[in-house]
Design a protein around this ligand. Sequence first.
Ligand code: PEP
Length: 250
Amino acid sequence: MSNRYLIANWKMNLPPEGITAYLKAVATEPAGNVRVLIAPPFPYIDNIAGETKLGVAAQNCADREKAALTGEVAPSMISDCGARFVILGHSERRNLFGESDTLIARKLAAAIAVGLTPILCIGEELRIREAGQVATFLAAQIRAASEAGLDSVPEIVVAYEPVWAIGTGRNASGIMVADTVAHIREAMERFWPARFKDAPLLYGGSVTPDNVDDLETNGRIDGYLCGGASLDSGKFRSILRGMQRPSATP
Ligand code: PEP
């Protein structure tokens, strides 16, 4: 069975209650078999990794180790600061910063080369869903990632994040998620090394304490990447608690 994950993607925000109070509150919540990761903005990674036993992820990295790239952060620097994971291919990076599948594959390769575990985000825009092209679109994103040479990575985490559900308050239903992750798993089986057909597959997109039960019961997923709700330790803990209830997908 895959690891289960709950990841707080703070984006370019900090929790209003303060970092230390937030980390303490989250760390006191029993996590069972769920690995809880915090993905803060780059400048906070070092301190957070030193302050908490929770896992730490970066939200992005450069596609190479050494170059004159003003404003970029090399994967090894992230690892030096104590993060073991890196989110790549988030739709905000794809859409607002023009990151292509090709660039994301290069970033994956660079992250893997220094031993970071990638959290690869994939997801369709509403027009793709309305045109009935979700399976083909997501399969192309999965196939593009295989260019990174995934053979040498011990673990890869995938986050299915439909673009229309991110930060909109409109989440995919558990049944819709289950249907879509079945397509994603088919593509992973087809395009990735065999051992990744069961890689942890998370859902992200307006997850809250109110919809986690439906996602847990029907979604057939291994956890969540949370944005907005992750900034409040109370909401984030409540989602974590939701993952421990008996209704949770086995
Ligand atoms: C995200 O940014 O990865 C995300 C899922 O955001 P939100 O939970 O706010 O939709």
